[in-house]
Design a protein around this ligand. Sequence first.
Ligand SMILES: [Zn+2]
Length: 89
Amino acid sequence: MECLKKSFETKQEAKERKEQIDKVNQLNKDNTRMRVYHCKKCGKYHLTSMSKKKFKSTQKITKEERDRRRISYLVNVESDYWLNKLGIE
Ligand SMILES: [Zn+2]
């Protein structure tokens, strides 16, 4: 899944951009510092200015979401089972 948010292929790329932004903020006497984080949705890296604590609260998954994931996992496992059994690639 792709994110709409600006993403970086590597942590290094994200870090370089983070440092650029931090430098500009510093020049502007702005205490905001960016953080690099790995995105579970798209598998790439994004930047956030949110604190770790605040950021974590946005990442919490709901019970419904957990159930939905478990079900889709089971469906995948089951379909793999049948594909193997029937010899379908
Ligand atoms: Zn993402």
